[in-house]
Design a protein around this ligand. Structure first.
Ligand code: URA
Length: 435
């Protein structure tokens, strides 16, 4: 029998915890014998003292064992992607059908948007009728049959993370590499993926502010995956500006469909194809990024990737006619121009501020219970390094309330820091780490 106070004390004083101590603490927390304040104290001790490789693996294992896991036939190349969350990040919608069209099996479990970041489930639900909640076995069957399903997390899977993540959110203990690793990896291991690519966002719109912190997290992610026989690669991507053009649920879904139809939209294409490339290389379906890119071009030009997306919409109860008729996802009544306030070069774009501004027109939410307006959002064209004259068009704000819309258009315009000196364009892919 372990004493929770002794476990907290041991970690507080800088000693590593035994695997059995971590397991006992998590089990005790879930059965109610360990109080919220004791779990909070342990989280803070883990935050300040850091976590060893063994502690991270033990916490990951305890999280997985708190619920049920999926097990696919070992012959199937089961692969997934995880993103640490960004603004305008519709990559999952582009990547998952592409990966399935190229022979991977993709059991994708996604989340909802919160605060300044969007969520894949909300983007999918912009499609009328699209269903995201499935019992675990049904989810597995859909993946086995169609190569792909995109769903929300089941309450049966990794329930410990669900509770502890909510507690971390209100105890300022989210930004710990060890805690983040256990949280992400437990979900990705429990869903049965053998290959995982992580899009680790770095920059102003992300919770990893710089590459140094991001590298530390990446090492933990790769090592933890390896101890559960999962091959992990990490792509560090720049989140100093929103990804692609659209920010907002229906608008982002449209941008993803346009890509699958073969319309190139700069940075989203590059990131999607590098991530899919890593998945294919890890699963042994391609030997190089160049080979992956030529196979991707093939399934886009012959329509196969779009057909996989159409089939997924149909299978999950959505209306596939959205592919031809975007208005079925709803259209906002107003499109308010967003204008540059100065002349010069774009030095910085505060993606976080753009994300928060868009919450005001209900393109996102502050609380998980807040309602979303799927048609609301923005289309933003210029990137860091681009030159603008005062009064030039930055983009359009899509909203249904004029007063609020004008306020938000102004806030978005303020998020563009423009100054006279030229500024270099920034690369989107910063580094790839595979251990
Ligand atoms: N995403 C997660 O799922 N967990 C974390 O702790 C951070 C990001």
């Amino acid at each position: 029998m372990y004493n929770p106070v002794e476990i907290i004390l041991k970690k507080r004083n800088g000693y590593n915890l035994e695997t059995a101590e971590i397991k006992a603490f998590i089990t005790g927390y879930l059965d109610g014998s360990i109080a919220e304040y004791q779990m909070s104290a342990l989280l803070m001790a883990l935050y300040f003292q850091g976590m060893s490789e063994t502690e991270i693996a033990a916490l990951t294992k305890s999280y997985i064992e708190s619920g049920k896991s999926l097990h696919f036939d070992s012959a199937l190349p089961v692969a997934d992607k995880h993103s640490t969350g960004g603004v305008g990040d519709k990559i999952s919608l582009m990547l998952a059908p592409l990966a399935a069209a190229l022979g991977l099996y993709v059991p994708m479990i996604s989340g909802r948007g919160l605060g300044h970041t969007g969520g894949t489930l909300d983007k999918l639900e912009a499609i009328p009728g699209f269903r995201v909640q499935y019992p675990m076995q049904e989810f597995q069957s859909i993946v086995e049959q169609h190569g792909l399903a995109m769903v929300g997390q089941s309450s049966e899977m990794v329930p410990a993370d669900k509770r502890i993540y909510a507690l971390r959110d209100v105890t300022a203990t989210v930004e710990s590499p060890g805690l983040i690793t256990a949280s992400i990896m437990s979900k990705k291991i429990a869903e049965g993926a053998k290959h995982l690519v992580i899009d680790l966002k770095v920059g102003s719109g992300a919770f990893m502010p710089n590459l140094k912190r991001a590298r530390e997290l990446a090492e933990n992610l790769v090592r933890t995956g390896a101890s559960f026989e999962q091959k992990v690669s990490v792509v560090f991507s720049n989140m100093n500006s929103p990804l692609g053009i659209a920010v907002g649920n229906a608008l982002e879904t449209i941008e993803a469909i346009e890509y699958l139809k073969g319309k190139t939209l700069s940075d989203t294409k590059e990131l999607t194809e590098v991530l899919v490339g890593q998945m294919l290389i890890s699963a042994g379906l391609c030997q190089s990024q160049a080979e992956a890119e030529s196979r991707i071009a093939e399934v886009i030009s012959n329509g196969k990737a779009l057909e996989v997306f159409r089939k997924m919409i149909q299978t999950q109860g959505g209306d596939p006619k959205v592919i031809e008729d975007y208005s079925l996802m709803g259209t906002s009544t107003l499109q308010i121009p967003i204008l540059a306030q100065q002349s010069g070069y774009i030095h910085q774009i505060d993606s976080r501020a753009i994300g928060y501004a868009l919450v005001k027109v209900k393109a996102g939410r502050m609380q998980i219970s807040d309602e979303i307006d799927y048609s609301a959002g923005a289309r933003l064209f210029p990137k860091i390094g681009d030159q603008l004259a005062s009064g030039d068009l930055i983009g359009y704000l899509h909203a249904n309330d004029l007063k609020l819309g004008e306020e938000v258009a102004k806030l978005i315009s303020n998020a563009y820091q423009i100054s006279p000196l030229p500024k270099d364009k920034e690369s989107l892919i910063l580094e790839i780490y595979t251990g």
